[in-house]
Design a binder for this molecule. Structure first.
Ligand code: NDP
Length: 398
């Protein structure tokens, strides 16, 4: 029996709150707090309708650690799950340090004025969290999150050494909109328009944004799709924590229409993140664009199709070269029917609940700051099968 404070009330938080409510034996009390309290209340009302459980709500500006500290002191949670935006990571970690409460998130910190995510800011909390005897679990979503656990599972059960890793994220869903992003538009567009980056024989190499592509034939009836090489945050920790890794890359599928819109928006300056003058005010074009785009939460009822996110690996076992693919397929409409959110939010929100559950039940315990692959993958893999994200694996010889 434990109390969880969830911060942020977007699509991901909606799923996590629903999943926590479905597991009252672990999550006995839930407080959902965000900047716009009406969004928390709408989620709480939906959870009550579906599960009969009460979720408390509160307003908080998580950019202000003092507000988060006051909220934590008032509620007394065993864990704070940060499902707001990456910009809030450090402020919420500071509040957890001050109050001695465990921390979890789904995306690593990035400074608002620079589209550059790196773990260095959060890894810098290692000693202070350890000294305080508390734990921070970083990136407990799908990618990062389940993908890191897939690698730990492969390293534990299938390989003596993993040499090549390709994380491949396919969204074969269709929301019928001319242009929309599946999670927070600002974070999504910053990520997609960044330079590509991958690990190759001991060094990081870069490409122009979305300059490299490949076709991959996805399972579950999805078929071949074009995937683009991008930099993604889990590569940074996996390269450190998987000894022997020679090459690590991340790929994501995009439709032609999405890419054409993105190109035009970029060409006219609407994806810029530096402030510009507009009618005597300073505005950030990407933040302005975000206000015009569909709220990802509104895509739930419209999105049809599946996601398929997995890890393709090559390495050695007992002296033989071997290939291995582990993946989850998630159906947008099934996710929406269960929680009111589409599969992108679902595949992130369920691992956030699982990470929280493993920490609160003591199955994942440690002092300091952890990436997902540093912990035993077995209970996480088992929980994925039981809580809505079943996985499939295939092995074959080279
Ligand atoms: P949304 O934009 O839908 O929701 C973000 C929520 O955070 C909103 O409710 C917003 O409030 C709230 N928020 C923003 N700033 C503050 C603040 N200062 N104080 C309190 N609350 C705040 O995002 P998503 O739900 O799509 O994504 C949530 C997180 O999950 C993001 O960090 C995203 O990067 C991450 N993510 C991770 C994935 C993974 O696989 N690891 C995949 C997809 C997303 P308001 O409504 O007032 O704006």
């Amino acid at each position: 029996m434990s109390k969880i404070l969830i911060i942020g009330a977007g699509g991901v938080a909606n799923v996590t709150v629903h999943k926590c409510a479905q597991n009252p034996e672990v999550f006995s009390e839930i407080l959902l707090a965000s900047r716009t309290v009406a969004k928390c209340e709408a989620i709480a009302a939906d959870v009550r309708r579906r599960t009969g459980r009460s979720v408390a709500t509160a307003r908080v500006d998580a950019d202000r650690p003092a507000e988060v500290v006051a909220l934590i002191r008032g509620f007394g949670p065993d864990l704070v799950a940060n499902l707001a935006l990456p910009y809030q990571d450090l402020a919420i970690m500071d509040a957890c340090l001050e109050t001695g409460v465990d921390y979890l998130d789904t995306a690593n910190y990035e400074p608002p004025d620079e589209a550059r995510f790196e773990y260095k800011w959060q890894w810098a909390y290692q000693e202070r969290f350890a000294a305080k005897g508390i734990m921070a679990l970083l990136g407990s979503g799908f990618d990062p999150g389940a993908t890191n656990v897939f690698c730990a599972h492969a390293a534990k059960h299938h390989f003596d050494e993993i040499h090549e890793l390709d994380i491949i994220d396919c969204n074969a869903g269709d929301h019928g909109q001319a242009f929309a992003t599946n999670f927070n538009p600002e974070i999504n567009i910053r990520e997609v328009t960044a330079r590509g980056r991958y690990w190759d024989r001991g060094e990081w190499l870069e490409t122009d944004p979305l300059a490299w592509s490949m076709s991959y034939d996805f399972p579950a009836g999805i078929g071949p799709k074009k995937c683009y090489l991008m930099y993604h945050e889990e590569l940074e920790s996996l390269v450190l924590n998987l000894p022997g890794l020679k090459r690590a890359r991340f790929w994501m599928t995009f439709g032609d229409s999405y890419l054409k819109h993105l190109e035009v928006l970029g060409n006219v300056g609407l994806t810029r993140i530096d402030p510009v003058d507009f009618g005597g005010m300073k505005i950030v074009p990407l933040q302005f664009l975000k206000t015009l785009l569909p709220d990802p939460a509104s895509l739930g009822p419209k999105t049809r199709g599946k996601t398929c996110i997995g890890c393709l690996m090559r390495g050695v076992k007992d002296g033989k070269s071997k290939r291995y693919y582990v993946y989850n397929v998630c159906d947008h409409q099934a996710a929406y029917a269960e929680t009111g959110s589409q599969a992108i939010s679902y595949t992130t929100g369920v691992p956030a609940m699982i990470g929280a559950m493993l920490m609160l039940t003591g199955q994942w315990r440690g002092r300091g700051v952890f990436n997902m692959e540093q912990l035993d993958p077995d209970p996480f893999m088992d929980a994925m099968n039981r809580h809505g994200l079943p996985w499939t694996e295939r092995t074959w010889n080279d």
